[in-house]
Ligand binder design. Structure first.
Ligand SMILES: C[S@@+](CC[C@H](N)C(=O)[O-])C[C@H]1O[C@@H](n2cnc3c(N)ncnc32)[C@H](O)[C@@H]1O
Length: 234
């Protein structure tokens, strides 16, 4: 089970540092928008807007009449209130939609759902006819170096057809830089981990031994892109 309180805590702490460190997520957002066949929508709903990385890309690249931004973290509101028409603070798994949208979009968020498949069904129901659900999330190989060393699983099972999947490696000077990157982007929201001096040293040594290339250490990202048209599935 995803600890939603931990998700809130991690992401509210990283709102200020997220965009300067979320290199992969920025590319994912741009690619997601480029994959949309249509660029004009009446109403758009964005899930998990955080500091507005995708929200700004939507503003720059899409035409719309209204844009509703959502996040489970209340502080996200102040980051998007100048861009979005309205902000709804709610867990997307708990939200009840009182209207329908033409585009529901989300970047790097839905992997934090406990039940992704019923969330997708709910989102499809919240689309107007011919509406589009477009989102990215991370697959099983995401941050696999960290998962291996800390021995935790974060399985995401999506029964919808995957549109596109990628593996991206980011390179860092040291394992400590990897940890810093993870902290600044908030993507360490799955599990709390406290190091002692000796476990930190052990982590650094293991990371260097297992995940080095050309004098650098790497961290894997595994983005998945899904675009579902409402008419494709009904
Ligand atoms: C990695 S950030 C992605 C930010 C942004 N969408 C982007 O394009 O980079 C994930 C965001 O999703 C939010 N989030 C996580 N679980 C959520 C949920 N169940 N409902 C709504 N927002 C959620 C987090 O608070 C965080 O702000």
């Amino acid at each position: 089970m995803i600890d939603k309180e931990l998700v809130k805590k991690r992401f509210s702490k990283s709102l200020d540092t997220y965009e300067d460190n979320a290199f992969v997520q920025r590319e994912m957002g741009a690619k997601l928008i480029s994959l949309l066949e249509k660029k004009e929508f009446n109403t758009i709903f964005e899930i998990g807007c955080a500091s507005g990385l995708l929200t700004k890309q939507i503003k720059e690249n899409l035409k719309y009449n209204s844009l509703t931004a959502n996040d489970i973290v209340a502080d996200a509101k102040s980051y998007v209130e100048n861009i979005a028409t309205e902000f709804i603070c709610e867990d997307i798994e708990k939200i009840t939609f009182d209207k329908k949208y033409d585009l529901i979009i989300s970047n790097a968020c839905l992997q934090w759902c406990n039940d992704i498949n019923s969330t997708i069904n709910k989102l499809l129901f919240a689309l107007n006819d011919n509406g589009i659900l477009a989102f990215t999330l991370f697959g099983e190989d995401n941050l696999k170096e960290i998962k291996n060393l800390f021995n935790f699983q974060n399985k995401v099972c999506v029964s919808a057809k995957i549109f596109k999947e990628e593996t991206i490696k980011l390179y860092f000077d040291t394992p400590l830089d990897v940890l810093r990157h993870i902290k600044l982007t908030g993507v360490n929201a799955v599990q709390e981990h406290k190091f002692t001096k000796s476990t930190l040293k052990e982590f650094e040594e293991n990371y260097k031994n297992l995940y080095s290339e050309n004098g650098k250490v790497y961290l894997t990202y595994n983005p998945i892109y899904l675009i579902i048209k409402k008419n494709d599935i009904v």
